[in-house]
Design a protein around this ligand. Structure first.
Ligand code: FE
Length: 203
């Protein structure tokens, strides 16, 4: 059934995070994220009735809807992943499978962290730690819009929101401080569960 995506609750209380405020979580979840879910539903319903015979690469209602379909679908999916791994204290048990995989693919946890921060700083929209199925490796990919920069067949493990709405109220232009705050809230057991669940499904 199309047009029936549900707004999921945050997996923690609005005021539960360290360094990411209740106000930012409220705006982010209730306005931005909810807006993507609602628009995704609206676009899907419009696509049911649009005249496909008028599809055109320059401009057509069908093209506009197909563009917004991916924008809002990824807006929903990436935000759910963004919050899904939070609620911890950022400390990584190096015996977790995800920690071993990070070490093997990036060389060390320190090198991964350096790449995570550099990638997030370079992103206007998203920086995503993903498992690339084309070679089985973990990598950071960046995108400047929800529907740009994704790599087909790469499964997101951590999605870092670098849009200004995610940090400006708390940190102004200090993107590095916000990245530090996000890292400090990661629950690595949840990241590990996500990694194990996904690899079970696909490998
Ligand atoms: Fe966001």
């Amino acid at each position: 059934m199309v047009g029936n995506h549900k707004i999921k609750d945050l997996p923690f209380k609005y005021d539960d995070l360290n360094g990411i405020s209740e106000q930012v979580n409220k705006w982010h979840h209730d306005t931005h994220y909810a807006g993507y879910v609602n628009k995704r539903n609206e676009v899907e319903l419009e696509l049911e009735k649009v005249d496909k015979s008028k599809s055109n690469v320059n401009w057509s209602l069908f093209r506009a809807l197909k563009d917004r379909e991916t924008f809002n679908a990824n807006g929903q999916i990436l935000h759910e992943i963004y919050w899904d791994v939070l609620g911890g204290n950022g400390e990584m048990d190096e015996n977790l499978e995800i920690a071993k995989k990070i070490k093997s693919d990036f060389g060390s946890i320190e090198k991964w962290r350096e790449d995570f921060i550099a990638s997030a700083k370079a992103a206007i929209g998203w920086s995503v730690l993903a498992l690339d199925l084309s070679d089985g490796k973990l990598k950071h990919f960046i995108g400047d819009a929800h529907n740009q920069g994704g790599v087909w067949g790469a499964i997101p493990i951590i999605a870092m929101d670098m849009y200004e709405h995610a940090y400006y109220h708390d940190y102004g232009p200090d993107r590095a401080k916000y990245i530090e705050a996000y890292l400090k809230n990661i629950d690595w057991k949840k990241v590990n569960q996500r990694y194990k669940k996904l690899t079970k499904l696909i490998l």
